[in-house]
Design a protein around this ligand. Structure first.
Ligand code: ACO
Ligand code: ZN
Length: 223
């Protein structure tokens, strides 16, 4: 059962305005069949997760008791790329990015964490970078929920520091969070991003982190 919040004032028309689904968070125009369809698709993926039935040629780069990590590269078969695009769409909807799914850039590396139930429960998208800017620590004070919610624009240093690998997306299926899936994705990335070396935490950078992303990154880089 979903309830909907009216976000735009009804100007008289029957189904005017945008609606936000309280279960999946998507904002869409219920009066627009195309939007409605997109919502139904997103809603389903959000609730059910994305299935992964296995590929004949899959690149398993790590295995665990509760799942495995598969690496997808730009020249992989289209079914693999399509799976990555599906996951990215779900992630971007959740992070509130507008749909700009570009063609798979040719230096991108994607890691998918596949659970034992054959679902994609984690995703990490990385690309080579040359430099990054350190996020400056926030003014200290009690961590109030509102400051966590509002502060998306972190203050960054203007001194570039050399880096090798940028993480443009990291995401874990909401029911599987805090099980070290993100940590295992980053560990695996450090090992397989550049052949023959294990990247240090100084060589990786998180782009535009969300509050969740920043909490994770801070913890990860200090341990
Ligand atoms: N609050 C506080 N600490 C956290 C949080 C959090 N929400 N998430 C992770 N941590 C810290 C904890 O110390 C945790 O260890 P612990 O559970 O033993 O205390 C440690 O990081 C490792 O966490 P993992 O279990 O490996 O992280 P998880 O698998 O839950 O994934 C992630 C973290 C990816 C941020 C997840 O919360 C998520 O998908 N959030 C929504 C999407 C998102 O915001 N992604 C980041 C966008 S930024 C970017 O893509 C560059
Ligand atoms: Zn929904």
């Amino acid at each position: 059962k979903e309830t909907k919040d009216q976000l735009i004032i009804d100007a008289g028309q029957k189904h005017f305005g945008a609606t936000m689904c309280k279960s999946c968070g998507m904002i869409y125009a219920a009066s627009n069949p195309e939007d409605e369809l997109q919502h139904v698709q997103h809603h389903h993926r959000f609730v059910e997760g994305i299935k992964y039935t296995g590929w004949k040629k899959e690149r398993v780069v790590a295995e665990f008791w509760d799942g495995k990590i598969v690496l997808v590269l730009p020249r992989d078969p289209s079914y693999a790329i399509r799976k990555v695009e599906d996951v990215q769409e779900l992630v971007d909807n959740e992070l509130g990015f507008q749909q700009v799914v570009p063609k798979y850039p040719n230096k991108t590396k994607t890691l998918l964490f596949i659970s034992d139930e054959k679902k994609v429960v984690g995703c990490l998208i990385a690309e080579p970078i040359k430099q990054a800017f350190r996020v400056l620590s926030e003014p200290t004070g009690p961590e109030t929920p509102s400051s966590k919610e509002c502060q998306r624009a972190w203050q960054c240093s203007d001194v570039p520091e050399p880096a090798v690998c940028g993480i443009s997306r990291i995401w874990v299926f909401r029911l599987k969070r805090r099980k070290r899936i993100a940590r295992r994705l980053v560990d695996t990335l450090r090992n397989c991003f550049m052949f023959g070396c294990f990247l240090s935490t100084n060589e990786i950078a998180f782009s535009d982190p969300t509050p969740d992303g920043k909490l994770f990154a801070t913890k990860y880089c200090n341990t």
